[in-house]
Design a protein around this ligand. Structure first.
Ligand SMILES: C[S@@+](CC[C@H](N)C(=O)[O-])C[C@H]1O[C@@H](n2cnc3c(N)ncnc32)[C@H](O)[C@@H]1O
Ligand code: SF4
Length: 420
């Protein structure tokens, strides 16, 4: 655990400087270039029927009138990007719960299809939304990948994380998944490992259920504890033990590997399915919706977290950007190093073009460390993760997402002080 502890401390320290943004002085996004690499469009729908205590993503309790105004504002933002010359090849709708108002989501996806050449659509949802009406709308509008938040099939665990009463028992969830299977190109289940009260026996049972169901893809997130959720997690679930995380991860890869291939360090897919993590597949992306992040032309930006302000700005025809940061070449190289290796391999030649030939100049400490620690190996012009490296990247990405979640909390408090 020495190396993993070192990676955790190192990543935590780096992320705290890496993710320091300033309030945006200019509210624009870069104008799209003709020769832009393929881009992904990320849309955020922050509403949930109830809030899960462990979740530190950007989400608020659902109120229908506000959510309808929100979807209308989202469509205005989508139109503004078209006016700036953007085109998008792929769409990811995340939450919150994107299917909270299926008619609004349907209209929004239809508009995107009319405006842009998106070839793939991925949507997140919850098990209680897997009903005939929703599935029909999603299928008709061309959704290819549906990602369902399951977390676990264990009833005691579902009760402890306060999802049982909302999303049903493990058995209910299995039945709904079975019913949905085969409708979309990819049916993904989002799972979490390393909840304090989770046992290895519970994990094994969940893995057997996934294998028996034969869903196309399983994403196994390590529990991420950010500053805003640590007290609730400790009080309701207990103390998180990172030693257990490694044991759990080993069990996950061991049980899934005969049936699934790793497509990222924590996403396991059957053949020819879409990838879950757009940050791996797309060099750059636009983030639309309140609290979304985008990464365009080396500039990372975040939209306002204040939903009413988000709506007001768009009603006035203004982009809702609240904070921005231009990455230096070194920061761009570090970002690519992290994301590409999360997808298991890094093309040194391609990254060399971005850093004008000097990948090692910018990244030698990281590369050397992971080569010596046995997490990386060189294969031709590529760096690839070893088996051990896959777990190191779970740790790296866990810390990256915790850093992003802490940054979100910072934005909520510091960029919208009147709301807090
Ligand atoms: C942010 S939710 C949005 C979609 C939907 N509301 C749901 O619950 O699945 C997407 C997934 O993020 C994962 N997630 C949420 N909070 C997490 C945390 N603290 N640690 C690890 N994964 C988390 C869960 O697996 C969840 O299904
Ligand atoms: S896990 Fe999903 S349903 Fe629960 S609060 Fe987070 S976004 Fe909402």
């Amino acid at each position: 655990m020495l190396i993993e502890n070192f990676i955790t401390c190192f990543a935590r320290k780096k992320n705290s400087t890496y993710l320091q943004f300033s309030p945006a002085t200019s509210l624009s996004i870069p104008i799209s270039k003709e020769d832009h690499a393929p881009l992904l469009l990320y849309l955020h729908v922050p509403f949930c029927e109830e809030l899960c205590p462990y979740c530190s993503f950007n989400r608020v309790v659902f109120k229908e009138a506000l959510a309808r105004e929100y979807f209308a504002a989202l469509r205005k933002e989508i139109n503004l990007y078209k006016k700036q010359g953007y085109n998008f090849q792929s769409l990811y709708v995340g939450g919150g719960t994107p299917t909270i108002l299926i008619d609004e989501l349907g209209h929004t996806l239809k508009l995107i299809k009319e405006l842009y050449g998106v070839a793939e659509i991925s949507v997140e949802t919850n098990p209680n939304h897997l009903n005939e009406k929703n599935i029909k709308v999603l299928k008709n509008v061309g959704v290819n990948r549906l990602s369902v938040g399951v977390q676990s099939f264990d009833d005691d665990l579902l009760k402890a994380i306060e999802r049982y009463h909302k999303y049903g028992s493990g058995q209910d969830i299995v039945a709904r998944l079975r019913h949905t299977q085969g409708v979309f190109d990819t049916l993904n289940v989002d799972m979490i490992f390393n909840f304090p009260m989770q046992t290895i026996a519970m994990l094994e049972k969940d893995l057997s259920t996934i294998i028996e169901l034969g869903v196309d893809q399983a994403t196994y997130y390590p529990l991420m504890v950010s500053a805003s959720t640590q007290n609730a997690i400790k009080k309701k679930l207990g103390q998180v033990d990172y030693k257990q995380e490694k044991t759990f991860y080993k069990k996950i890869t061991q049980m899934l590997s005969p049936h699934y291939q790793a497509s990222t360090a924590w996403c396991f897919s059957k053949n020819n399915t879409m990838i879950d993590e757009y940050v791996v597949n797309f060099e750059e992306y636009a983030g639309l919706g309140s609290g979304s992040f985008g990464y365009l032309d080396g500039c990372v930006y975040a939209n306002t977290f204040d939903i009413q302000e988000y709506i007001n700005r768009l009603n006035n025809g203004i982009l809702p950007i609240a904070a921005k940061k231009d990455f230096s070449i070194k920061e761009r190289a570090r970002y690519d190093f992290l994301m590409k290796l999360f997808g298991l391999k890094l093309d040194l030649k391609q990254l060399g073009k971005k850093t004008k030939g000097s990948v090692y100049y910018y990244l030698w400490p990281e590369i050397l460390f992971f080569l010596i620690a046995g997490g990386l190996k060189k294969r031709g012009k590529e760096l690839v993760l070893t088996k051990r490296g896959q777990y190191y990247w779970v740790v790296m990405m866990r810390e990256f997402f915790i850093g992003v979640n802490n940054f979100r909390d910072f934005c909520r408090f510091n960029l919208n002080p009147k709301k807090n």
